[in-house]
Design a protein around this ligand. Structure first.
Ligand SMILES: *[C@@H]1O[C@H](CO)[C@@H](O)[C@H](O)[C@H]1NC(C)=O
Ligand SMILES: *[C@@H]1O[C@H](CO)[C@@H](O)[C@H](O)[C@H]1NC(C)=O
Ligand SMILES: *[C@@H]1O[C@H](CO)[C@@H](O)[C@H](O)[C@H]1NC(C)=O
Ligand SMILES: *[C@@H]1O[C@H](CO)[C@@H](O)[C@H](O)[C@H]1NC(C)=O
Ligand SMILES: *[C@@H]1O[C@H](CO)[C@@H](O)[C@H](O)[C@H]1NC(C)=O
Length: 418
């Protein structure tokens, strides 16, 4: 509809031009023009019916487009505003008659350059700059300032395949109306989800066979999701029977957790002690691991650590973590060990919420969508890449820190990547 309505406007403009010049055309062209004009008139009538209040002069025409716009048409009976008035309003020289202002404008010394604007937008007057956005859905009609009936403060994303629809339906129901729901579809199936009422309000992003971190890097830029206090970036195979998102957020706020995850029910071979749910408290931030696993009790995997399957980030923490995500390391392995670099002190601001907990069902999903190569099953190739990425990520982080300290003249040979 939106695109349609803009194209209609173009047709209207064309129609105005055609109507004025057709008398000069050759007869065969004239025939074509009659047809075009007739079609245009029908369209124009249709627009009148569909958008009775549409007034072209009220549209915010970009000034660079105006010279190409058929202003004589804009000037017609629909509005009382004359073309001259419209052009005058667009010309800054007309706003002030003082000669010094005019000279400045002509001289170019009053050209706008605002270094504090976002990079690349320095030529704009600051008050027009909108550096941040949101996922709020708007209407195509009415007053823009009346579009939104609510502004959700939290965001939850699930990376999904249609086969997991029932699990996701159950999960979404644990998130209140205070959440914006985003689904990243790795199997290309999106419309089928509309069987769920909530799906019609959700944001659907469909790109085949990509991973959660690939989507997050591309579609969850901190400036795009700026209004959200907390961002849940979750897998599709989580059991949420004992989880309530509003309660979770209350606890996260109460305990000052910038990066967190719900405790995991130890049903299957759990990898890390840190993320295991404890029955006797709301939240925990440190744990004991197997002997020798933690060089420092304040470092992963004993503290400052959550896994990548169900992380929850505060706005500020996400701004940092987004920048750490590598475009090519799509599985995110190793990221969990580095999250602590984004908050300080990490062993106090990263933790696990025990009283709102989930079950990791380990449903094979994207992991199965690799390609069979050299006689190996598809999942093996994916798993190998995960490990490889982990090594690469660690290497890049170590190099980056080394370069930083070396540039400062600090001997970095004794740093161990902590
Ligand atoms: C016009 O310019 C003068 C002097 O530069 C200034 O005092 C006055 O406020 C300006 N008027 C408007 C409408 O901008
Ligand atoms: C600007 O000056 C012209 C004459 O030089 C005058 O006719 C016009 O009304 C003035 N406009 C404003 C906005 O003062
Ligand atoms: C025009 O710009 C030049 C240098 O850019 C400056 O020296 C001159 O004073 C300016 N003139 C006016 C009227 O502002
Ligand atoms: C949504 O947020 C508002 C404002 O924080 C709160 O009053 C309301 O209880 C929340 N909704 C639910 C279902 O918790
Ligand atoms: C690095 O470690 C060695 C031995 O552990 C020590 O002698 C040296 O002073 C350390 N260098 C710095 C800059 O801390």
């Amino acid at each position: 509809m939106l695109r349609g309505s803009c194209e209609n406007q173009k047709i209207v403009n064309k129609m105005g031009t055609a109507a004025r010049s057709w008398v000069n055309r050759k007869p065969n062209e004239t025939m074509r023009l009659i047809v075009t004009t007739f079609v245009g008139m029908v369209f124009g009538f249709w627009i009148g019916v569909c958008f009775p209040t549409l007034s072209l002069t009220k549209l915010n025409l970009p000034s660079s487009l105006l010279p190409n716009t058929d202003l004589s048409y804009v000037d017609d009976q629909r509005s009382g505003i004359s073309t001259q008035t419209l052009l005058n309003a667009l010309n800054p020289l007309n706003h002030n008659n003082s000669s010094s202002t005019q000279a400045q404008l002509l001289n170019g010394t009053s050209k706008i350059w605002v270094p504090t604007n976002p990079r690349g937008a320095e030529r704009l007057p600051p008050k027009i700059v909108k550096a941040e956005s949101d996922f709020y859905l708007r209407r195509l009609w009415g007053n823009p300032n009346e579009d939104l009936t609510s502004k959700p403060k939290y965001l939850v994303t699930f990376t999904v395949g249609y086969n997991q629809k029932n699990n996701i339906d159950a999960a979404v129901k644990k998130f209140s109306e205070n959440f914006t729901i985003v689904l990243f579809h790795y199997d290309g199936r999106t419309t089928e989800w509309d069987e769920f009422e909530w799906s019609k309000q959700a944001i659907h992003v469909s790109v085949r066979k990509q991973t959660k971190w690939w989507y997050a890097k591309r579609f969850l830029h901190p400036d795009i999701i700026a209004p959200y206090d907390y961002i849940f970036i979750w897998d599709e195979d989580l059991g949420v029977e004992h989880f309530n998102a509003e309660e979770y957020i209350k606890l996260v706020r109460k305990h000052g957790l910038e990066i967190s995850q719900p405790g995991l029910e130890p049903n299957k071979g759990l990898t890390w002690q840190m993320t295991k749910r404890r029955g006797d408290q709301e939240v925990h931030k440190v744990t004991e691991e197997k002997p020798g696993w933690c060089s420092d009790p304040h470092l992963p995997p004993c503290a400052g650590f959550v896994e990548i399957m169900a992380p929850v980030f505060s706005r500020d923490a996400w701004r940092c973590v987004w920048h750490m995500i590598q475009n090519d390391l799509v599985h995110g392995w190793g990221l969990d060990f580095a999250l602590r670099k984004c908050v300080e002190p990490a062993h106090e601001k990263i933790g696990v919420v025990d009283s709102q907990w989930i079950v990791h069902q380990t449903v094979p999903s994207l992991g199965n969508q690799g390609e069979a190569q050299n006689g190996k099953a598809p999942w093996q190739g994916v798993r190998e890449r995960c490990r490889k990425e982990w090594t690469m990520f660690q290497g890049r982080m170590a190099n980056a820190e080394h370069s930083y300290y070396t540039a400062l003249g600090i001997d970095a040979t004794n740093f161990t990547g902590n």
